[in-house]
Design a protein around this ligand. Sequence first.
Ligand SMILES: Cc1ncc(COP(=O)(O)O)c(C=O)c1O
Length: 493
Amino acid sequence: MLTATLSDYLLQRLDRGPGKPVNRQIYRLVRAAVLDGVLSEGLQLPSSRDLARQLKLSRNTVIYAYEQLVAEGYLASRAGAGTYIASTVPDQSPALAPQPQAPAERGASVGLSARGAALVGGAGAHSVQWGAFLPGVPDVTRFPNVIWNRLHSTLWRRSRPEMLSYSSGGGHLPLREAIADYLRVARSVNCHAGQVIITAGIHQSVDLVAKLLADPGERAWVEEPCYWGTHNVLNALNLETVPIPVDADGMTFDEANLRHPPRFIFVTPSHQYPLGSVLSLSRRRKLLEFAAANQAWVVEDDYDSEFRYNGRPLAALQGMDACARVLYLGSFSKTLFPGLRIGYLVVPEALAGAFATGVSELYRGGQVFTQAVLAEFMDKGYFSSHIRRMRILYARRRQLLQDAIGANFGDRLAIAGGDAGLHLTLLLPDDCDDVAVSAQAQQAGIIARALSRYYKHKGAAKKGLLLGYAGVPDELIGPAFERLAAIITRHLP
Ligand SMILES: Cc1ncc(COP(=O)(O)O)c(C=O)c1O
């Protein structure tokens, strides 16, 4: 662009309406023109006096914009040479501009580490985080926000500066106390507040446990199939994950594996994720004995067992542990809402001090104020009554989904894990391509995650679909499943 046309360029774009400072507009327009390559390096600009005259503005207005552009390095000015486009502007030539890439190429070419590329390349989280039949998400629209807001405002009036600072020492003590009280009664966990460490959810708890208790290269047993987040975190820390098959009684133990004890054994004993089995009492005993004899840590991920629909919730494995080998992980993601990002772990007494220090050294967390609101929410009984109400709601939705499955497939397809939690797994025949069903469902606006994707060894993978019902309004369950059933039917042998 010639300098003579800079004034035309600006005249066509300046908005002289009220509340729109013209000096800022000139600054933004020139900056964008430089970044877009419309004004190229070395080009001389009109003097501030000339430009002001051409635009019918005060000279100060133009000077302000020029000075700002000089300060940020877009323009340079030299006595005698006037003002021109500076040479520090990055070259936007097409050869250097980023080219669109296929996702698989992205990791390698942007300089990711091998583990970074593996993490990004095998991404597990769905791009949509709400809708039928997203697993693992409660009905966030039922969260009692009026009560929460009231507690929040009351607390705000008496908030202390420490509540708005970084958290330290394992989190806000009243919340740790409230969680310990709740876990002792509702989950039969043996603990006191000092053993409770507040984190930003189970993902972060897994990261903390792995960083504080293992070194790269050590082995962690994980269930096969397993929640993808556990694999992600452990692999990103260079731990070797050893998939251990599960059956109707939970994790299996075969002699070959028992000969090579790991550092960690990750389990979801109350509601295996994603198949839903419960770790039997004899296997619980065996697991605890084996861990104690081999100095392994058992990490109990108790992510959703508040929601059990037949009978009382099962007691946690941690409560049976006489040798202090279990670390218990819990979360408010399923009981309240995942965006809250508050979870907790209960560590053996001997580790409590190290974990309270480690959590703040590693993450420098905050959210103390939110933790304080949550403590009040629990102390005043709102947490327990919310769970009670949601259990009734989710039981109804689970039934509606089971009815829809029965109406479309009768006994042809079995359901796994329907007794608890926020999802069930619809099993498909071994020769049915569940990934293809899932992809077609997505095109039809339905989330139905493929069971086989949760296996590390794809050859041994069962086929099926994870169907979350908790967040789907009653009236949408039947119609959404009808659409899914049509897709499934096309893939059945
Ligand atoms: C087995 C399991 N553990 C942990 C989580 C995540 O918990 P958080 O949101 O507290 O990180 C999930 C989420 O779906 C899960 O299914």
